[in-house]
Design a protein around this ligand. Structure first.
Ligand SMILES: *Cc1c(COP(=O)(O)O)cnc(C)c1O
Length: 457
């Protein structure tokens, strides 16, 4: 094999683009056709009665999900972003309440708090789980803390036992953002309803999808009722359903259509198989990559499964002798130019720490007078660089993501990813010498692609 790196003019490890995912099949098509023939593309009505909980397919989809994973309630929503907003409303967040959030996640995991006047307060992540570090959570708790949004990032799971212990001790609600971890169990318990309420995303990029959509889950009857009210114009149903706690139940329209539910029913049948494939590929890749100097591919699997939405790697620029961005460029050169959403073999960092966003920097979210940050007049909120050092280290220096550890790729494809890493690392000296100006010291700030340019959402 010619081992000259492609970035220095050698042959690529791979000439052909990675094949795209194909998740939709004849069953989805047939089921959707039935819905179209029925004319009932959505059966929801915005008031009490038979159609308050939606139509036939929505109910079938929800029941199927609940039964498969042992959730008492599964409540579909038209996006998981809206599911998070529903969750924040259901647990009773009020203006001025603080909600502890992760800064290393999709933006909605924190902005959901704003919709009820809650203030996101960022705790740092644990470098092994990439999810909230229980110790950091504890440091951020104040008398105003009313909820924690725990994100199970990249398909792994947060360390829920200590998080739940802290939450119960301080009487704080826990919302699990398991968008990237459908079907994952933590110590045998399905993520999503280990806390009070949680759920999954069904957007196009996720393991299974309905275009847009989400599934909220909870084992708590009252939270389920409140979530259903917020999902569907709850103000109209207060009297008929004898709702006592009417705070936050003014509703919106967060309803999934029958069309999407018809697709979702068959997508759900495929989930376990997808998870198995991802796990098999990932464990193989982890074993191989972990043998390379400067690459830490150990995975967060001691406490349960991993859905490998993204395969996470930690990179040590000092050990490899290449800046992370030059390493990325050299690995990319070993593959054809990414074409479409799904073909990027490697991403540098994930998203910028959420508090870098102008919303937090300027503290302007709802209206232009500083609400909700200004709600507690004696309290000032700090979103300056440095508040979450582990997250910042991941973003600026350490993290590499491989988003293609999924069907229909094969073990052989994983070996090619390994070969590309190996070739670049073994030739780091020559690459460095060829691109001296690009091998900046890691102290120099390297501007990263904005979150919305990366193909991970
Ligand atoms: C995808 C995702 C969301 C948002 O889900 P949508 O269905 O796209 O609204 C929220 N949190 C995380 C961690 C996600 O990955």
């Amino acid at each position: 094999m010619n081992t000259k790196p492609a970035i220095l003019g050698g042959p690529k490890v791979r000439e052909m683009a990675f094949p795209p995912r194909v998740t939709m099949g004849s069953q989805e098509i047939e089921e959707v056709s039935k819905v179209i023939d029925s004319e009932v593309l959505s059966a929801f009505l915005g008031g009490p009665g038979k159609f308050f909980k939606g139509g036939k397919y929505v109910k079938m989809f929800e029941d199927k999900w609940a039964e498969m994973y042992g959730f008492k309630h599964a409540i579909s929503v038209n996006s998981w972003t809206n599911g998070l907003i529903v969750g924040i409303g259901a647990v009773g967040i009020q203006p001025g309440d603080e909600v502890i959030c992760s800064p290393y996640t999709m933006s909605a995991s924190a902005t959901c708090a704003f919709f009820y006047g809650g203030i996101p307060v960022f705790a740092d992540i644990d470098p092994h789980t990439y999810s909230l570090d229980p110790k950091s959570i504890e440091e951020k708790i104040t008398p105003r803390t009313k909820a924690i949004v725990v994100v199970h990032l990249f398909g792994g799971c947060a360390d829920m036992d200590p998080i739940m212990e802290i939450a119960r001790k301080h009487n704080i609600k826990v919302i699990e953002d398991a968008a990237q971890s459908p079907g994952v169990k933590y110590k045998g318990r399905p993520v999503g309803a280990i806390g009070d309420i949680g759920g999954f995303s069904l957007n196009f990029h996720k393991h299974i999808h309905t275009g847009e959509g989400g599934m909220l889950v909870t084992n708590d009857d009252e939270l389920a009722m409140r979530a259903r009210l917020i999902r569907n114009h709850g103000e109209n149903s207060i009297e008929a359903y004898g709702i006592k706690n009417i705070s936050n139940v003014i509703g919106a329209n967060h309803r999934l259509t029958e069309l999407q539910a018809a697709v979702g029913i068959h997508q759900l049948d495929k989930l376990e198989n997808y998870l198995e494939i991802r796990k098999r590929l990932a464990l193989h890749l982890a074993d191989r990559l972990d043998t390379l100097k400067g690459i830490d591919a150990k995975q967060n699997i001691e406490n349960g499964d991993h859905a490998f939405y993204v395969f996470p790697v930690k990179y040590d620029a000092q050990e490899v002798g290449l800046s992370r961005s030059l390493f990325l460029k050299a690995v990319h050169a070993e593959f054809p130019k990414p074409d479409g959403f799904e073909a990027t073999v490697l991403t540098e960092g994930y998203v910028a720490p959420l508090y870098y966003n102008e919303v937090y920097q300027q503290q302007i979210a709802i209206g232009d007078k500083g609400f909700p940050f200004s709600t507690n007049p004696d309290v000032t909120y700090d979103y300056s660089k440095g508040i979450c050092p582990v997250t910042e280290d991941m973003h600026h220096k350490t993290f590499l993501g491989i988003p293609v550890v999924r069907e229909p790729l094969t073990i052989q494809d994983m070996d090619e990813i390994f070969e590309a890493f190996k070739k670049v690392i073994e030739n780091s000296e020559a690459i460095k010498n060829a691109f001296p100006e690009e091998n900046l010291s890691e102290e120099v700030f390297v501007p990263l692609k904005a979150a919305n340019e990366s193909n991970i959402t």
